[in-house]
Design a protein around this ligand. Sequence first.
Ligand code: CAA
Length: 258
Amino acid sequence: MAYETIIVEIAEGVALITLNRPDALNALNSQLLRELATAVEKADASDKVRCIVLTGSDKAFAAGADIKEMADKTFVEMYRENFFGAETDRFIKTRKPIIAAVSGYVLGGGCELAMMCDFIIASDTAKFGQPEINLGVMAGLGGTQRLTRFVGKSKSMEMHLTGRFMNAEEAERSGLVSRVVPVKKLKEEVMSAANKIAEKSLLATMAVKDAVNCAYETTMAEGINYERRLFQSLFATEDQTEGMASYIEKREPQFRDK
Ligand code: CAA
């Protein structure tokens, strides 16, 4: 499928998806979110992909949902279309790890999309915000829920109510991003993390994603029980035998995703 709003490149087990609407600072419109959902579904199903990286440009990861597309919509249209609901539901069902690599503006729906990924590595130029309040609306792609889990109620409430931006240093301090790197090194650092993940057993990486995400959906006791069962079930895999044997034999493991 030929995409018009994203670029997909696959190499060495990593699918690099680049948001590509430079004239609109990668604002998320229906076409982009549809293409993105299709691309991650294909990457999830592909034997060639073991980790996904989602990125934008140096100027903007994404400056939000496309205001020009939304401006004339009525409540009835938004509700009947379930605006962006289907596309984001497809995106978050991905079972392989997704890293967001962000620079520049990470605003509104752009910040919400980054938070739908499994972790965020930011460049030192990144600016995060939920400025929807300035448009007379509010976040609609999960921002009030996810940002609150990441940074706590007080900071989330302030960001959503005032629309102020947070820089990369504050985002790292608050737990929104896993780490900050110089903008010139972002791609190299993120691809190195993605390549490292791609070397692991896919069964184990998918189980880790499943278990960590469970921490958001359930109680501590249920989550720990779920983790324990997943951990135990990995002992049914050849990759567990290979991983532990390679450690004992002091050699690199050869995982086969079996
Ligand atoms: N939607 C549509 N177009 C956008 C856009 C958006 N969210 N953000 C930027 N653009 C467009 C601009 O309209 C402009 O296009 P034109 O050249 O045709 O006028 C182009 O991208 C470049 O933008 P600017 O000239 O504004 O660039 P700047 O460097 O001066 O400012 C900015 C950058 C501060 C990010 C500014 O563009 C801005 O405030 N953008 C809107 C941010 C925003 O409000 N995001 C929330 C959207 S609502 C949302 O996301 C809802 C949700 O949760 C689902």
